[in-house]
Design a protein around this ligand. Structure first.
Ligand SMILES: [Zn+2]
Length: 355
């Protein structure tokens, strides 16, 4: 067999390596959906967007170099990718818009809410955060009039240009309190280059989780710990906290999964992808002190991305699932505990929000 990806490889890989381990329903706890008109500066038919990769301003193009951002990724695209990655299984997803300053958060929130109303297997979070905050009354109205299960915390920066923020500053006191009182999900992409292991970040996550025990805090990308070296220095900040969960989106290292699953209640681990990024074919690996994405040709150039056809590759979605399965095995979980990561853990969390 050559080092090229044959036709239908993803299906073969799924049937052989994943399907025997997976439950019949999959819940993906971290996905983004949006339409072209949500970007500031987008002008229909005038911005040269025919290749679906170019955006209006140079600044946004710079942002794209860091992540595989296409001009749109609609609910229907997400549903189609989930069906392609998990043929024959019932798929569900937690959805939210683009949490960046380059998108109109009102539009992208309204679209996520409308999509969740349209499709019963989608569950929306509202992009919420200090720079966008209006009045307490407006927040309550927004949260009660739409089917939101909580917040996706707004990221007030582009790409990897992290400002020296801590979690305390990313939501207003009113937003924290509202989540606490209503038992809402708060999905957080922790800031700074040091990730959850940065002592100020780790302490602030811990402090807020303790101050607002009703808040259900989900740390995206396992606290952005894609590498074993990162989670090893980070988990202690939250390992004893009952109201903290992990979404394993873009985590493809079984050692990261095993480290968490051995030390934390495994029911706190949620399968997640970060689609559309994880819909790429390839794998995130560690080289020296940073992650690197190996991907097949056809995707735009991006920081820490190596593009090559000299390998057989499936969806990154599959690599995340495989890392969760192997990590669970290394941690000594039962098959039932492992399968719960893919659906039951996340669904129980969602149901705990809605009465
Ligand atoms: Zn994301």
């Amino acid at each position: 067999m050559s080092g090229k990806t044959p036709e239908g490889f993803s299906n073969t890989f799924f049937e052989k390596e994943l399907k025997p381990y997976l439950p019949e329903k999959i819940l993906d706890f971290h996905t983004h959906i949006w339409e072209p008109s949500h970007w500031y500066g987008y002008v229909e038919g005038k911005t040269g967007l025919s290749d679906n990769t170019a955006l209006a301003s140079a600044e946004v193009r710079e942002h794209q170099k860091y992540m595989a951002t296409t001009i749109s990724y609609r609910a229907e695209d997400l549903i189609a990718d989930a069906a392609a990655a998990f043929p024959g299984l019932e798929t569900h997803a937690v959805v939210f818009g683009q949490p960046t300053p380059k998108c109109d958060h009102n539009k992208t929130n309204a679209y996520a809410a409308a999509s969740a109303e349209k499709y019963e297997n989608l569950y929306a979070l509202r992009i919420t955060g200090t720079p966008l905050a209006t009045t307490p009354e407006a927040l309550r109205r927004e949260m009660t009039e739409h089917p939101y299960y909580g917040y996706k915390v707004y990221l007030n920066w582009l790409g990897d240009q992290y400002p020296p923020l801590i979690f305390d500053e990313m939501l207003t006191e009113d937003e924290f309190r509202y989540a606490d009182e209503n038992g809402l999900i708060v999905l957080l992409h922790v800031p700074r280059a040091g990730r959850l292991a940065d002592p100020e970040v780790g302490e602030s996550v811990r402090r807020m989780a303790l101050r607002y025990p009703g808040m259900k805090l989900v740390l995206a990308h396992c606290g952005r710990c894609y590498r074993y070296e990162e989670i090893r220095g980070a988990l202690h900040f939250v390992s004893d906290l009952d109201n903290v969960w992990f979404d394993c989106s873009m985590v493809m290292d079984p050692a990261v999964m095993a480290y968490i699953l051995q030390r934390k209640d495994p029911r706190k681990m949620l399968f997640a992808t970060d689609c559309p990024v994880a819909a790429m074919r390839g794998r995130r690996v560690t080289v020296a002190d940073h992650w690197v994405d190996l991907v097949l040709p056809g995707y735009p150039e991006s920081h820490y991305r190596v593009i090559s056809d000299n390998m057989r590759a499936s969806f990154m979605i599959h690599e995340i699932a495989k890392a969760a399965i192997i990590g669970a095995e290394l941690a000594g979980l039962t098959k039932e505990e492992m399968q719960r990561i893919f659906f039951a853990n996340g669904m129980e969390l969602l149901l705990s929000v809605r009465k």
